[in-house]
Design a protein around this ligand. Sequence first.
Ligand code: SER
Length: 308
Amino acid sequence: MSSNVLVIGSEGQIGTELCLELEKRDDIVLYRADIRLLTNSERRLYRLDATDQRSIKQLIRELQIDEVYLMAALLSAKGEENPKLAWELNMNSLLHLLDLAKEGLYKKLFWPSSIAVFGPDSPKVDTPQNTTINPSTVYGISKRSGEFWCNYYFNKYGVDVRSIRYPGLISHATEPGGGTTDYSVAIIRAAIGTRNYTCYLKGNTILPMLFMPDAIKATLAIMDAPKESITIRTSYNLGGFETSPELMARSIRRFIPDFEINYSIDFRQDIADSWPQSINDENAIMDWGFESEYDLDRTVEAMIKALG
Ligand code: SER
């Protein structure tokens, strides 16, 4: 029997590539929803504001949805510009979806968390799953609070909600919007275009990153795993590789030798400085077999091939 899957935020950086993968499966009927789309029900596309609770409930009921991926969010940099909106979008949409699952309207929820849950006093290297976690951005606060709500709804009401703390995500299908790690995509686009990039983070700022195919593979793996093997109901750490603007520039120069990088540091430096450099993801490996294929050089090569 096939299941009906709804991706909310289907046109965003993760949603776009997640839908491409879900579409390949013949045991799934995929429905897309995004604030940027015009409804075209024949193509299973719906215009939806993730803060519009009535419309979400109506859509899930009407389409008899079994699984929801809630990918709509305001990221770290945009969130600092508009804290209340970040809280409202990131938190209320999650609480509403958790309630609908509790009411039995659908069966399974995926909700993304982020390395932004970690704060300046968390260990920087090989950051463990459970450690000091005091986020300093509104985005991080919303993600950490959301993690607790997921765990609460699982323990109290049996809601099958699964979550990953994504590191910075590098991808080419859709541009990222409003994150601190966005430079990792912009730098490659600029290298191909003008051969020159002005970076808002210092050259030696190390952050964990993941190429989108690995992130999508992880997302589908956690959703496909048997319920019993999900031992963490807040959110799983996920690593990838560590990189910095300098290391990315070096990797890019293998293909574009005259690429130049300059720096004009802004408020995003403080955000980046509060986050880990590398992540311990042994629980994801143990519980649902996370495995990443792409390191920095392979990611840069694949990005240049796709965009060049
Ligand atoms: N990529 C996100 C950001 O920079 C982190 O989850 O906000």
